[in-house]
Design a protein. Structure first.
Length: 161
């Protein structure tokens, strides 16, 4: 399941990046060559950047390639490191549930009925990116927890040792 989600997310972010580069080139061409800048591409790029950021952040977190401060944690014994990983993942889950899922859902609901000016796109589609990213973050957080449990069992680290 993880490989499928990883591939879909990687494909979506990569494809979106290619489309954004092409749209930016079109924007430059229409602005400087045709002297008639495209209004649609500017808004499309703005909203696409939000989606790219949210999906990319979740994907990066899933791969554990995100920015992390691990200097102090790596100085601790392996047993403490593993349990510290649980604490960090729990904090992340609480944050994601409260900010991205709860807050994103509230924002999504409040945007209903609003339409973007140039694209005439319902604004809730923009805010849906926060909810989708929240679901992906939760998915990856649980995977990290299960991987950590597996590492603990492999290493033979038990709470009373």
């Amino acid at each position: 399941m993880r490989k499928i989600i990883d591939r879909i997310t990687a494909f979506l972010t990569s494809s979106l990046m290619v489309v954004m580069v092409l749209a930016a080139c079109w924007q430059v061409f229409t602005r400087f060559v045709l002297n008639a800048p495209s209004t649609v591409t500017e808004e499309f790029l703005r909203y696409s950047l939000v989606w790219l950021t949210m999906l990319g952040a979740a994907y990066t977190y899933g791969l554990k390639k995100h920015l992390a401060i691990v200097y102090v944690a790596r100085k601790m014994p392996e047993k403490i490191q593993r349990y510290l990983d649980f604490v960090v993942e729990a904090i992340i889950i609480v944050f994601i549930l409260s900010v991205l899922l709860f807050g994103g859902t509230q924002t999504y609901r409040s945007a209903m009925g609003q339409v973007s000016s140039a694209l005439n796109m319902p604004m809730q589609y923009l805010y849906l990116s926060v909810v989708v990213a929240g679901v992906l973050f939760i998915f990856y957080a649980f995977i990290h927890i299960f991987e950590n449990i597996h590492k603990i069992k492999q290493a033979g680290i038990h709470p009373k040792s």
